[in-house]
Design a protein around this ligand. Structure first.
Ligand SMILES: [Zn+2]
Ligand SMILES: [Zn+2]
Length: 118
């Protein structure tokens, strides 16, 4: 039957009680107020002051993070190569256009039609 000390919450008087009285309400012998005897300090369990804090924020492991699909970036060179080029003056033409706006070459007719207006 071990005894332990605690302080009265009212008069701060150090009181010595046996640990089987923990949780009981007694009258302080100093101030006569009713005080609840706290639980005795755990002596069996050695206090671990430098215990690793479990609440320490760990950097999240990102191996489960879904990898974004590697979508091919639209290469400007590819679209430029896809765009038609005037076979006459090598100027880039509008996609789907058949008439070169630079020299008037008609790709479907295979000749310049703009020169007829000059
Ligand atoms: Zn007291
Ligand atoms: Zn042209």
């Amino acid at each position: 039957m071990a005894e332990f000390e605690f302080k009265c919450e009212f008069c701060k008087q150090t009181l010595e009680v046996s640990d089987d009285m923990a949780g009981e309400i007694v009258d302080c012998p100093n101030c006569q107020k009713s005080i609840t005897i706290p639980r005795p300090p755990l002596r069996a369990v050695a206090p671990a002051p430098v215990a690793p804090a479990p609440a320490a924020p760990k950097p999240p492991v990102q191996q489960s993070r879904p990898q974004p699909p590697a979508k091919p970036a639209p290469a400007p060179a590819a679209s430029a190569a896809k765009a038609p080029v005037c076979p006459e003056c090598k100027s880039p033409m509008q996609p789907g256009a058949v008439l070169c706006m630079s020299c008037g070459f008609h790709t479907k007719l295979g000749k310049k039609i703009k020169t007829e207006f000059t």
